[in-house]
Write a protein that binds this ligand. Structure first.
Ligand SMILES: [Zn+2]
Length: 175
């Protein structure tokens, strides 16, 4: 996607797709499909623009620590969304974010790990009886029933209980 022009009067931007089609908001022959594609293009561009700001905000709030295990290495940490950013409530704001290390981010996204609205971690029950190496034991099983290890000190930056509840319900539904 390429930003090809700004239309101040309409408070919008003109965007060209990689295929080279300019999607002009003021085109007289815009079809419903064009309109849909344009809305998608604008949403996608916004999402990409917000990502670096979202990451920086989340990392600062969590002091560059994984919320689940407190790992302190930024290169191994992601700014994860509580409600995914493709959804209406999945805004790129710190209260919809968690700093998570790569393994805990993947575990959260695949419903292996859930976070209750009271900030307590749960691990999918079938993993609790599994015997494997240190990552399973220390990284996952021993986190079960434990509170988050890193949470922003400012209340206004802490994860939203409402958003955690939406996500936790999906974890419960999957186990
Ligand atoms: Zn972690």
């Amino acid at each position: 996607m390429y930003l090809i022009g700004e239309e101040v009067d309409h408070q919008q931007f003109a965007i060209a797709t990689e295929a080279g089609h300019a999607l002009r908001p003021d085109s007289p022959v815009e079809t419903a499909a064009d309109a849909l594609l344009r809305r998608y293009a604008v949403a996608e561009t916004k999402r990409r623009l917000h990502q670096p700001v979202f990451r920086a905000t989340v990392m600062r709030a969590y002091e560059t620590r994984c919320a689940v295990c407190a790992l302190r290495h930024g290169e191994l940490l992601d700014a994860a969304h509580i409600v995914p950013d493709v959804e209406e409530q999945g805004l790129p704001v710190v209260t919809n974010g968690l700093a998570l290390c790569k393994i805990h981010h993947a575990a959260y996204d695949t419903q292996i790990l859930g976070i209750r609205p009271d900030n307590v971690v749960e691990i999918r029950t079938d993993l609790l009886d599994e015997v494997d190496g240190p990552m399973l034991r220390h990284g996952l099983v021993e986190r079960h029933g434990q509170p988050l290890m890193a949470v922003p000190t400012k209340r206004s930056e802490q994860p939203s209980q409402k958003l955690l509840a939406i996500r936790y319900e999906r974890f419960r539904a999957a186990v």
